[in-house]
Design a binder for this molecule. Structure first.
Ligand code: NAG
Ligand code: NAG
Ligand code: NAG
Ligand code: NAG
Ligand code: NAG
Ligand code: NAG
Length: 325
């Protein structure tokens, strides 16, 4: 008696599980191609063709359309190149490969097809080749992170055409050339991270119009005057220009009241520390290893910083450095 009943229940279960599958068959086919192209890594073990792909790990389905809208691979290791099939998930809004040292090759050109992409992070991988200019066609992007890779060549000026970008991370690569002039024309100003590259030349004059909240240009080979980054009308908060070849007179710069963190260490900056620094709400300051001179103004947060915030300058003096003669 029990056996036919169990069989009936089992068949009923199979029937309903097959028919209650939410996953789009085309998306499932593409995901299985991706799994195969990555040589069936353990992190994709849940991608079983007999189950609903909306239940698989590292992907999510849209709650209304049930189309795959996110693919985020950072939990377990994969190796090889980013499969071209990722371009065939047309509803993808989030694509992430993170901390994958064995992920190599170029930034997959098929990503250009993902017009709905909002969040693209390919970071801490070993991708090489250029930062492709096709990324500027992904108009819905709000977050673009290509940091910690082996990308080379120059920065495509067209990235400034991305209308909704909130953050742009191109730091920790091998990028060369200068900062594009167009980066002073973003319609929505992103937080900008270009540190740890081999960028050269000067900061474009167009930056006078750019109200970055966060700008990190540290550890490059940038030179000349960096005062265009600042300005009394801006609302900039965090500026890191350290370890470059900047050469300008700090006394002549007008700093925004909003500034909370300023790192200028290891440049060729001259002049003295402006008295207006005493009225800023600075949480962090480092002007060490420059060519500054004169007394550190007394007041505000300036005496609360460590002497190493000021040391190795030409003739800077006063607390927390030894007193002026
Ligand atoms: C990367 O590949 C190397 C050589 O094939 C292997 O020894 C290493 O375990 C891999 N690392 C990861 C995180 O998969
Ligand atoms: C890239 O690969 C090299 C050697 O294969 C490895 O030492 C390095 O950690 C990898 N980089 C990243 C960011 O994973
Ligand atoms: C992407 O942007 C287009 C217009 O540029 C819009 O029609 C579409 O709904 C956006 N997609 C998403 C997922 O927001
Ligand atoms: C980084 O790219 C260069 C070519 O641009 C290549 O010679 C080098 O092996 C790459 N390094 C790693 C760790 O992949
Ligand atoms: C900077 O942005 C803030 C707020 O977004 C705005 O109030 C301010 O006028 C802007 N300044 C400039 C110079 O664009
Ligand atoms: C300032 O920068 C110098 C040079 O990198 C470093 O040695 C020092 O520890 C830093 N001090 C602070 C307070 O950040």
């Amino acid at each position: 008696m029990a056996t036919p009943l169990l069989s009936f229940l089992f068949l009923t279960f199979l029937f309903f599980s097959a028919h209650s599958e939410l996953c789009n068959p085309q998306d499932k086919k593409v995901l299985l191609q991706i799994k195969k192209a990555l040589n069936n890594p353990y992190v994709l073990a849940s991608w079983n063709p007999n189950t609903d792909c909306c239940d698989w790990y590292v992907v999510t389905c849209d709650s209304v359309t049930h189309r795959i809208n996110s693919l985020t691979v950072f939990a377990g290791p994969v190796s090889g190149q980013i499969p071209a099939a990722v371009g065939d998930l047309p509803f993808l809004e989030t694509l992430e490969f993170h901390k994958q040292p064995n992920l190599t090759g170029p930034i997959q050109p098929a990503i250009a097809k993902l017009k709905n992409l909002k969040f693209l992070r390919l970071s801490w991988t070993n991708l090489s080749g250029p930062v492709p200019s096709f990324l500027s066609k992904l108009k819905n992007l709000t977050f673009l992170d290509l940091s910690f890779n082996n990308l080379s060549g120059s920065i495509p000026p067209s990235l400034s055409l991305l209308p909704n970008l909130g953050a742009l991370h191109l730091d920790r690569n091998k990028l060369t050339g200068s900062i594009p002039y167009s980066f002073g024309t973003f319609s929505n100003v992103p937080d900008l991270y270009l540190s740890h590259n081999q960028l050269s030349g000067t900061i474009p004059h167009s930056f006078a119009n750019m109200n970055f909240t966060v700008i990190d240009l540290s550890r490059n080979k940038l030179e000349g005057d960096a005062s265009v980054v600042f300005g009394s009308k801006k609302t900039t908060q965090i500026v890191d220009l350290s370890r470059n070849l900047f050469q300008f007179d700090l006394s002549k710069v007008v700093f925004p009241k909003s500034l909370t963190s300023l790192d200028l260490n290891h440049n060729k900056i001259t002049g003295n520390i402006p008295v207006e620094f005493t009225s800023l709400n600075l949480q962090f300051l480092n002007v060490s290893y420059n060519r500054l001179c004169g007394q550190i103004p007394v007041g505000g947060k300036l005496q609360s910083f460590d002497y190493s915030s000021y040391f190795h300058n030409r003739c800077l003096c006063g607390a927390p450095l030894p007193s002026c003669k």
